[in-house]
Design a protein around this ligand. Structure first.
Ligand SMILES: CC1CCN(C(=N)N)CC1
Ligand SMILES: CC1CCN(C(=N)N)CC1
Length: 325
C-alpha cells in the first residue's frame, strides 16, 4: 500500500496502536504527533520489563547498524519516559519505507510503559527539532519519508472505540464529509501548532477564551486539554458537572446530555461531538470528561478531538487540514 496502517484503540480509547515493521520485525507502536522520537521495546530490556510485550531484536535484523556513541532520553507530559541507545534500520509503515531510519532502543522504560503491554514503543510525528538523540538529533520517519511520498503529508483518522487509520502520502477524501479546511502551522516550538482562541457550545454565540491562545494537534495525548475558560463554560451547561479534585478534573452524571463543542482552528470552527466528550466511567453514576482544562497555557487537542475530526498533517507547506468525520 501507499503507507496505510490501522490505528487500533486500547480500552477507553486511551491510545491507538499501529503496526510498524523494523528490519523485518513488526511491532505495534503509538503514533505521537506531539513528540519526535521513534523508540521501541527490545532485547536489551530485562525480562521483567518486556513481559507481555513484542520486542525488537537488533541481532536478528540483517539491516541494523549501531549508531556509535548515540543515546536518547525522553520524558512525556504524564511523567512517563524512556532512555537508551540508538541504531538505524529499515522502517516500513504500510509500504512507505525509510532505509537507515534512526531507531531508538530503550534500555530503561517507566512503569506505565511496562504495564501497557499493547504499547511496544512510540513513533514521533512532530518536528525533528524535538528529537532527543545526543550528540546529534536525528530525523523522524515522516521527515525522512516525505520526499518519496506522492504528497508530503500524513493523515490521522482516529475513531471512538473502533479501528481507524494513519495514511502516508495521500488524503483519502472518502474518509470524511464536507470540505477540508487548511490552516497554517507555527513550527517554532516543534509542534503542529495553530491559533485557537474562540469556542462555542452547541453552536451558540462564539466566545473568546484567551486572545491568541495556541493549540497543538496531538495524537499522543488521550484527552482534549483546552483553555480553562472553555472547560468552565462547557461544564456550566452540564447538569451535575463538577470540577472534582479527587478525580483530577471535571466529572458529570453518566446519563448527562453533553452538548457539542465548537473550537476554532486557525479561524474556522471545528466541532467536537458531545458524545465524544464522555471519556470513561469512574463510578456507577459518574463519568470523567474528555474535555479538561489545560494545566499550562498551551492547549493540547488530543484523541478526543480526532474522534470528531479527520486531520491531515502537511509537511510540504506546514499546514494542517481538518474535516468532520
Ligand atoms: C506539549 C506536550 C504534549 C504531550 N506530549 C506528547 N504527546 N508527547 C509531550 C509534549
Ligand atoms: C505521549 C505518550 C505519553 C505516555 N504514554 C504512556 N504512558 N503510555 C504514551 C504516550
Amino acid at each position: 500500500g501507499t503507507g496505510l496502517v490501522t490505528a487500533t484503540p486500547e480500552a477507553n480509547d486511551v491510545e491507538y496502536l499501529s503496526p510498524v515493521t523494523i528490519g523485518g520485525q513488526t511491532l505495534n507502536l503509538d503514533f505521537d504527533s506531539g513528540s519526535s522520537d521513534l523508540w521501541v521495546f527490545n532485547t536489551q530490556l530485562s525480562r521483567a520489563a518486556t513481559q507481555g510485550h513484542t520486542i525488537y531484536d537488533p541481532t536478528k535484523s540483517k539491516t541494523f547498524a549501531l549508531m556509535q556513541g548515540a543515546s536518547f532520553q525522553i520524558s512525556y507530559g504524564d511523567g512517563s519516559g524512556a532512555a537508551g541507545n540508538v541504531g538505524t534500520d529499515t522502517v516500513d509503515i504500510g509500504g512507505a519505507t525509510v532505509t537507515q531510519q534512526a531507531v531508538e532502543l530503550a534500555t530503561a522504560v517507566s512503569r506505565s510503559f511496562v504495564e501497557d503491554t499493547n504499547n511496544n514503543g512510540l513513533l514521533g510525528l512532530a518536528f525533528s527539532q524535538l528529537n532527543t538523540i545526543q550528540p546529534a538529533p536525528q530525523k523522524t520517519f515522516f521527515d525522512n519519508v516525505k520526499s518519496s511520498l506522492a504528497e508530503p503529508l500524513f493523515t490521522a483518522d482516529l475513531r471512538a472505540q473502533a479501528a481507524g487509520a494513519y495514511e502516508f502520502g495521500r488524503v483519502d477524501t472518502s474518509k470524511f464529509t464536507g470540505e477540508m479546511t487548511w490552516v497554517p502551522v507555527n513550527t517554532t516550538d516543534g509542534f503542529w501548532q495553530f491559533t485557537s482562541e474562540k469556542f462555542s457550545i452547541d453552536g451558540g454565540a462564539p466566545q473568546t477564551s484567551t486572545a491568541g491562545a495556541q493549540a497543538i494537534a496531538d495524537t499522543g495525548t488521550t484527552l482534549l486539554l483546552a483553555d480553562p475558560a472553555v472547560a468552565q463554560a462547557y461544564y456550566a451547561q452540564v447538569d451535575g458537572a463538577v470540577d472534582d479534585e479527587q478525580q483530577g478534573g471535571f466529572t458529570f452524571p453518566c446519563n448527562a446530555q453533553l452538548p457539542d463543542l465548537q473550537l476554532d482552528v486557525g479561524g474556522t470552527m471545528a466541532t467536537v461531538k458531545g458524545t465524544d466528550i464522555n471519556f470513561a466511567q469512574v463510578d456507577d453514576q459518574t463519568c470523567f470528561g474528555g474535555l479538561q482544562a489545560s494545566p499550562a497555557g498551551l492547549q493540547i487537542y488530543g484523541d478526543i478531538f480526532f474522534k470528531s475530526n479527520f486531520v491531515a498533517f502537511n509537511g510540504g507547506n506546514n499546514t494542517l487540514g481538518f474535516a468532520q468525520h
